[in-house]
Design a protein around this ligand. Structure first.
Ligand SMILES: C[S@@+](CC[C@H](N)C(=O)[O-])C[C@H]1O[C@@H](n2cnc3c(N)ncnc32)[C@H](O)[C@@H]1O
Length: 217
């Protein structure tokens, strides 16, 4: 393995992590649970799955894929879905492609600034974008210095990229939007998303699941 690389478990599989990507966090696994739930697949042994809201072959886009942990896990857990993933960092995409290949997942990786370079329709957009506000006094800057700044920090109280993605999802009529953020940001995100006709369907730890107005209930 390359210097500075190591493996980390995410959703029961080993992912290569290098200094070019965010180290996958346990709280992000709930994004995978949330997608499985929308697709009617059980994500805990012994728990009855929900009625599916989407067909088995639905299209999913993971924005800000980093190591590819979310996209790869989804492609393996839901093999009939079509999974695309993007990142603004070419170095991160290289790691993501390697992970998907080693784990045998079919994911299309594309370099893109949010959804700007992405063509096609999607049923679900899932994104764990940078959301750390540099002014938070509780962050351990020394620990975070091991990860790329582009994977961590965002302007506007950490919400700049999340807000832009909500705007893009609204313009492109994306039915379901799944976002990770710090719980202290959730209220502001829910308010902003409501201006784009997204209402909160569920909250799972750091993860917020939204549906467009016509999909409520
Ligand atoms: C918080 S990390 C998440 C990585 C991975 N999805 C995970 O959960 O472990 C955010 C990722 O978003 C990418 N990113 C930052 N700005 C972006 C943008 N404008 N468009 C697309 N990706 C972006 C970073 O390169 C980084 O890989």
């Amino acid at each position: 393995m390359k210097e500075g690389s190591h493996k980390i478990d995410f959703y029961g599989r080993d992912f290569i992590v290098t200094p070019d990507v965010l180290i996958p966090r346990p709280e992000t696994e709930m994004m995978v649970d949330a997608v499985l739930n929308l697709c009617g697949k059980a994500y805990l042994p012994g728990v009855k799955p929900n009625e599916p809201r989407l067909p088995q072959d639905c299209a999913i886009l993971d924005v800000g894929t980093g190591s590819g942990c979310v996209a790869t896990s989804l492609a393996l857990e839901l093999p009939e879905t079509h999974v695309m993933a993007c990142d603004i960092s070419e170095k991160a995409l290289k790691v993501a492609r390697k992970n998907a290949l080693q784990l045998g997942a079919e994911v299309k990786f594309v370099k893109s600034d949010l959804m700007n370079g992405i063509k096609g329709d999607f049923d679900i957009v899932a994104a764990n974008l940078p959301y750390v506000d540099k002014d938070w006094d509780w962050i351990d800057e020394e620990a975070l210095a091991k990860e790329p700044a582009i994977a961590l920090y965002a302007e506007d109280g950490g919400l700049a990229l999340i807000k832009k993605l909500i705007d893009q999802a609204f313009e492109r009529l994306i039915p379901y939007l799944i976002l990770e953020a710090d719980p202290c940001q959730h209220e502001r995100i829910i308010d902003y998303a409501s201006t784009g006709d997204y209402s909160l369907l569920e909250m799972r730890g750091f993860v917020l699941v939204f549906s467009r107005g016509n999909l409520r209930g």
